[in-house]
Design a protein. Structure first.
Length: 467
């Protein structure tokens, strides 16, 4: 939720007589305040129309190439979700079948991610990857505290090792739960965490290493197996046994289908937990995420609350109490509906579009690709040095046609680099990719005739939301 400062102006909504369903005269008198509760009610049809019309100003979700989050589902999934809008996920006693579908999803993911014994792996649904990462981080912290009780009592401060490219949820985790964030900077053409950097930042107070599959900045997979192998080496040399959490917010639902031979999951003994966003490449509307632990030892028992006041005793691990059940049901729908082959086909189609589009962008001659979309179906590109426009100009001009292609600067030590990023996801078809390409091609002569990047001419660059 965004934090909004109080806005107490006296603005009122104007209701057209024509939308005051049965009483055009009455609705002429209707002018509900914007920032205060009106004294009386507004007819349902008028309330609907007023809000519906305002929301037309929101962007068109299908043209939003910034987001990883699902923007289209089948009518049957939408129908199921509508039927379940009233179900509270926490109320497992009243909705035992919803709880059962959640359990099945956890089992499916444990199997998909090669848990050594899916019957003893443990997991839960969350509102998204952010909550899942908080829970996984907490488990790592508690395990470290249990191993280092005396040193912790004497003032040792835990740290978490990760690349500077981590999603903001990991900065939040470290701030909220008082863990030092040890981030490895980017260097040269390395835009994510490498094994060597990870190991060099670990010490006896490291609660874990976060490896990302794949990076929000450019869609690349971090080398999880290499990071694990390097940590094995560290353990051999020093005795330090540092667990790995894989942030598979996007890749956790891509790699199992498109890169089955890539070991990044519980096949690696050092991987103790994994998260994914059901609402990203899990193909479900927001918000659902998943957190899984390799086995019961990986999730300290004291973090699990046993809720018994809704009629039965139920172990839960979550930050929220009440939460919608519809998304969890929709996740089960996508698993049932697509199966392995269906998921592979859908993800492959996204990867094909990404590869096609990145190749075509490169062929335009004024862009340099950082990634091509062959890991996550996501690619990042920048301008070549010899053109009089920058990525912010391209983003701004594409926006005129409704496309949202974010432009943003990279973090340390590549703050000199700014990129555009395209997320190809289910619903972004080859046809839409061609339309984007046609718009970009049409814009180029104008961009080339600029005297220079607009930010050098005093127009502030607009960094778009990108994760
Ligand atoms: C790598 C990574 N981790 C975590 C998150 C947070 O996920 P959510 O939006 O599901 O909370 C994201 C979102 O983009 C991400 O890309």
């Amino acid at each position: 939720m965004a934090l909004h400062e109080g806005a107490a102006d006296d603005r009122r909504l104007t209701v057209s007589p024509f939308i005051g369903a049965a009483d055009p005269l009455g609705s002429m008198e209707l002018a509900p305040p914007v920032h205060r509760l009106a004294q009386g009610p507004v007819p349902a049809d008028s309330a609907y129309q007023l809000i519906h019309d305002e929301l037309m100003l929101d962007g068109n979700a299908k043209l939003n190439l910034a987001t990883f989050v699902t923007t289209s589902m089948e009518a049957q999934a939408t129908r199921l979700m509508t039927e379940c809008l009233d179900k509270n996920m926490i109320d497992k006693d009243e909705y035992p079948q919803t709880a059962e579908l959640e359990r099945r999803c956890v089992a499916i993911l444990a199997d998909l991610w090669h848990a050594p014994d899916p019957s003893s792996s443990i997991g839960c649904s969350t509102t998204g990857s952010s909550e899942a990462c908080m829970l996984a981080g907490l488990a790592l912290k508690r395990r470290w505290m249990a191993r280092n009780a005396e040193r912790y009592a004497a003032g040792a401060r835990p740290n978490l090792v990760m690349g500077v490219n981590v999603q903001v949820c990991w900065e939040k985790f470290c701030t909220f739960w008082e863990v030092e964030a040890r981030t490895a900077p980017m260097e040269g053409e390395r835009y994510h965490l490498g094994a060597e950097q990870a190991v060099s930042l670990c010490d006896e107070d490291t609660i874990g290493v976060v490896a990302i599959l794949g990076s929000t900045f450019d869609g690349s997979y971090e080398p999880v197996a290499e990071i694990c192998a390097a940590l094995d080496g560290l353990q051999d040399r020093t005795g330090l046994d540092v667990p790995v959490h894989v942030d598979g917010a996007s890749g956790g639902m891509v790699a199992p289908f498109l890169d089955p031979d890539l070991p990044w999951d519980f096949r690696l003994p050092r991987v103790s937990s994994i998260n994914t966003s059901g609402h990203k490449y899990g193909l479900v509307y927001p918000g659902v995420g998943w957190a899984l632990w390799r086995d019961k030892e990986a999730l300290p028992e004291e973090l699990v609350f046993r809720v018994n006041y809704l009629g039965g005793e139920m172990p839960t691990f979550a930050l929220n109490f009440s939460r919608p059940g519809a998304e969890v049901i929709a996740q089960y729908y996508t698993f049932l509906r697509l199966g392995h082959d269906g998921f592979r086909a859908v993800q492959q189609a996204s990867r094909d579009v990404a590869l096609y589009l990145s190749g075509a962008v490169e062929a335009l001659g004024c862009f340099r690709l950082l990634t091509r979309g062959d890991e996550l179906p996501v690619f990042a590109f920048t301008t070549t040095g010899d053109v009089p426009f920058d990525v912010f100009d391209v983003s701004r001009r594409l926006r005129e046609r409704g496309w949202q292609v974010p432009a943003y600067s990279f973090p340390a030590n590549r703050t000199d680099l700014a990129v555009l990023r395209v997320v190809c996801r289910n619903g972004f078809s080859r046809d839409l990719a061609d339309l984007l390409l046609a718009d970009l091609t049409r814009l180029l002569p104008e961009l080339r005739s600029q005297p220079g990047p607009l930010k050098d001419l005093g127009v502030p660059a607009r960094t778009a939301f990108h994760h």
